[in-house]
Design a protein around this ligand. Structure first.
Ligand code: PLP
Length: 426
């Protein structure tokens, strides 16, 4: 491994292997060591690495143009990708605003929602309710609606405090996730919070349909999402779905919200949307919202790199590959097999306290005791050790603490959607 001093810094002092090449589900470092990309990076490389058709589409676009400022030019690539994205979203969600990542997509959604409220004469609405724990991004707006103490606390003075409700972690609270009463129990916390805050002050509810980084592939209990949508409608609260991680097929549907036939007001996507070939994300909004905002003078927001033609050409080619290879179907099929294998590990190892997920977004959580759901003692640093062992053996997984403030270690297993059973066995 390369251990030379570096001018680069991200999180800590720990150094990582230097990446040389990546193909399909595998990656190689400069020492020639091979890794199986068991988490698609950070649930990003959904179609696998170095897909020739995507590279060729990018090459073609680069030969035409690599940048056109969005306020000067529209491009064929951005028009086509917007139309394709709208066609894959629920009816009415047909206005697409491109960004370069998940945090930008969330920021854009919050601002569009607020401008919509102002445009329709409901300026008293500004509070965004979200869940604890949750992760919606690292920029200050997205962080204000995130709930994960280690990342949010230091910056609290810089942010407007926003109301939170508990994430529906039925597995920790001892409820049956298959029982609709469980789903309603958690969804009704949203209604109680709206009433407590004053319905006229609440602008939106922001939620990951299947929890990602902070809750580890948390599938909501039966009836939860439908009830949440009903409550939002009843109180005139916008429903914003954060599909940054779940979108583009990862959970076995193009959008996770399709599992429940939801009709949100805004959906945000990134990660698998351009599958790591370029930085790209999108906010897709209902035409009703966008028309009102445009009528009122325009959307007061935008990024320099929004709608970059190279990014859009890559995004379009990624969706083409998802469709051509039926990768959404493969995510659904392989997801069932992956979950079976993780459940098999749970039978063998008492330290695995829960296995969860949908499609190829799966996770397992380490616990000291399955009965009490007690987390592992902090000093064990279980996931750091697990991740290191996996690395040593040439497997990449994604890890995060799930229990805000307390420890609770989950490992996300989310290989590229081109994965086969042979890879799962490996
Ligand atoms: N929303 C969700 C659900 C995410 O998982 C993430 C990143 O992990 C984000 C937003 C932020 O995306 P980005 O890191 O691209 O800014």
């Amino acid at each position: 491994m390369n251990v030379k001093p570096s001018h680069l810094f991200y999180q800590g002092r720990e150094r990582k292997p230097v990446l040389d090449q990546a193909r399909g589900v595998y990656m190689w470092d400069v020492d020639g060591k091979r890794y199986l990309d068991g988490s698609s990076g950070a649930m990003v490389c959904n179609i696998g690495h170095s897909n020739e058709n995507v590279l060729e589409a990018m090459r073609r676009q680069m030969e035409k143009s690599t940048f056109g400022y969005r306020l000067h030019f529209e491009t064929e690539a951005s028009e086509k990708l917007a139309a394709k994205t709208a066609a894959l979203c629920p009816e009415g969600l047909n206005r697409v605003f491109f960004v370069s990542g998940g945090s930008e997509a969330v920021e854009s959604a919050l601002k569009l929602a607020r401008q919509y409220a102002l445009a329709i004469g409901e300026g008293s609405r500004w509070k965004i309710i979200s869940r604890a724990p949750s992760y919606h991004g690292c920029t200050l707006g997205a962080l204000a609606v995130t709930s994960y103490a280690p990342l949010t606390e230091p910056f609290a003075p810089l942010m407007q405090a926003m109301p939170k409700i508990p994430a529906p972690r039925a597995y920790l609270d001892g409820f049956d996730p298959e029982d609709e009463a469980t789903g309603h129990h958690y969804a009704d916390m949203l209604e109680a919070k709206i009433v407590e805050e004053g319905p006229d002050s609440v602008l939106a509810f922001l939620v990951e349909p299947i929890g990602g980084a902070s809750t580890g592939a948390l599938v909501p209990p039966r009836g939860y999402m439908e009830r949440v949508q009903e409550i939002c409608r009843k109180h005139g609260v916008l429903l914003i779905l954060d599909e940054v991680m779940t979108g583009a097929g990862r959970t076995g549907k193009f959008l996770a919200s399709e599992h429940w036939g939801l009709a949100p007001d805004i959906i945000v996507m990134s990660k698998g949307f351009a599958a790591g070939y370029v930085p790209l994300g999108a906010m897709v909004a209902h035409e009703r919202l966008v028309e009102a905002v445009l009528d009122a003078g325009g959307f007061l927001h935008g990024y320099t790199y929004a709608g970059n033609p190279l990014a859009c050409a890559a995004g379009l080619a990624v969706i083409d590959e998802i469709e051509r290879q039926d990768l959404v179907g493969n995510a659904a099929r392989m997801g069932v097999k992956l979950k079976e294998r993780l459940e098999g590990l749970m039978q063998r190892y008492a330290i695995i306290g829960d296995v969860r997920g949908k499609g190829l977004l799966t996770a397992f959580e380490f616990m000291a005791d399955r009965g009490s759901k007690a987390p592992l003692p902090k000093h064990l640093q279980a996931f750091n050790r697990f991740v290191q062992i996996a690395y040593d053996k040439g497997l990449i997984v994604y890890s995060r603490r799930t229990r805000d403030g307390v420890e609770g270690d989950h490992i996300i297993v989310a290989p590229p959607m081109i994965v086969t059973e042979t890879h799962l066995d490996e």
